[in-house]
Design a protein around this ligand. Structure first.
Ligand code: AMP
Length: 423
């Protein structure tokens, strides 16, 4: 048997309906905040990610799906959405359209990580980018939008963590201190961190290995190294969160694994998730556009993992399953079947979800099937009903029956009173 590849998964009904609901809610809220959708290709030149994400990152150094095309060009399945969005922004000169561009994307990303709960090799992100502003108010607005989104889909157990990682002016002094402190404690670190302390010391702060934690707690804190401009930016950002009544925790060790981040970084975590508890990650990346050969462009954005959002929703009781069919049509006999096919068409065009039974079966067996499919109503079409033009509509929750004419069906399903006879 051929199976789905390790680290990938099929999204099946009824779970797929929950996916749609989350995606639709996200699209609506993003639109309320002025974001427009951008769809970029699933593969890009490898160089885009090498430059945009950074050679030293785990993503680029060991997690990318990279292959050589037939013309020997190196291509990579996108591991994230920000570099492609900024590439497109530069390529199509979107900065000329207006001073701020607000873009969002939604789709699969690919990273060859070790699969575990909440971590896959093909996963899905919704992300948004604000290009062309370094105002901390826009950062607070994006977080307000994310809080609104989480509330709308029914996720309440979540925590916002924030930090500032400075800028190319003040960060080098911190990195120097960090490297010095790490060199002293190198032997106490895990092998990955020993390597990172040379290549990408910020990433040590991100390490989840138990034995590294006491060392990480004792390391210098970036907040003590911020220059005046970065300090003022961060204070303003926190002030805007406070005035919006958005609770947050400042976490000095919160850094992002990607090189192009500057100043504000944030994560939204959920206690329900276990080890892979980050639902949303984001921050400011003022250096990215230039690193990709574009004009200097300030940027701020986030990406949320849909699989993790779904994991949280599936664990809470509030989840809404795929709506079962409103109406199951049970035709008895060939003539009734013909009538039912046309009736189903008319009702669907009026927005009524119908299921039509294609097998010839007895009324009893049709009712059993309707029950199994959790239909809310069953419309029985027999010989007599066809002749009189009055059909029997049965409400499955309580077994009540009523006689309805064709034109009355939509109103009856919407709960408008029609004469009811007990069945
Ligand atoms: P990142 O692009 O690494 O900042 O990740 C942003 C969000 O994407 C994370 O907070 C997760 O929710 C999600 N995510 C990242 N990597 C994976 C993965 N391998 N599997 C599932 N979700 C992921």
């Amino acid at each position: 048997m051929i199976k789905a590849i390790k680290g990938t998964r099929d999204i099946l009904p009824p779970e797929s309906a929950l996916w749609s609901r989350v995606e639709n809610t996200a699209r609506e809220i993003l639109a309320l905040y002025g974001f427009a959708e951008i769809r970029t290709p699933v593969f890009e030149s490898t160089e885009l990610f090498a430059r945009g994400v950074g050679e030293d990152t785990d993503i680029v150094s060991k997690e990318m799906y990279t292959f050589e095309d037939r013309d020997e060009q190196s291509l990579t399945l996108r591991p994230e959405g920000t570099a492609p969005a900024v590439r497109a922004y530069i390529e199509h000169q979107l900065q000329q359209e207006s001073s701020i561009a607000k873009l969002y994307y939604l789709g699969p990303m690919f990273r060859r990580e070790r699969p575990q709960k909440g971590r896959y090799r093909q996963f899905h992100q919704i992300g948004a980018e604000v290009l062309g502003s370094d105002n901390p108010a826009i950062e607070a607005e994006v977080l307000e939008m994310l809080q609104f989104f989480l509330k709308q889909i029914g996720i309440e157990d979540q925590t916002l963590l924030v930090n500032s990682i400075g800028c190319p002016v003040c960060r080098p002094r911190f990195l120097e201190e960090l490297k010095r402190a790490l060199a002293e404690k190198k032997v106490q670190l895990c092998l990955d961190c020993q390597r990172r302390s040379e290549t990408n010391p910020l990433r040590v702060l991100d390490c989840k290995v138990e034995s590294c934690q006491p060392v990480i707690d004792s390391l210098p804190k970036i907040s003590e190294f911020l220059d005046e401009a970065c300090r003022a930016h961060f204070d303003k950002f926190l002030g805007y969160l406070t005035s919006r009544q958005i609770p947050f925790t400042v976490v000095p060790r919160l850094v992002r694994g990607l090189d192009y981040y500057t100043r504000t970084t944030f994560e939204i975590t959920s206690g329900v998730l276990g080890a892979q508890n980050t639902l949303i990650g984001g921050g400011r990346y003022d250096g990215l556009a230039e690193a990709l050969g574009g004009p200097p462009t300030k940027g701020f954005g986030f990406a949320l993992g849909l699989e993790r959002i779904l994991l949280v929703l599936q664990q809470s009781e509030k989840q809404v399953a795929a709506g079962p069919a409103q109406l199951f049509l049970a035709p008895l006999g060939e003539a009734a079947f013909e009538k039912a096919t046309l009736l189903a068409r008319d009702l669907r065009q009026q927005g009524i979800r119908c299921l039509l039974d294609f097998e010839a079966r007895s009324l009893k067996s049709a009712m059993r099937l309707a029950n199994k499919l959790q239909a809310q109503y069953v419309l029985i079409l027999g010989e007599t009903e066809l002749q009189t033009g009055r059909y029997l509509l049965k409400r499955m929750t309580d077994g009540t029956q009523r006689e309805v004419r064709e034109v009355e069906i939509p109103a009856a399903l919407r709960g408008v009173a029609v004469p009811v006879s007990q069945g």
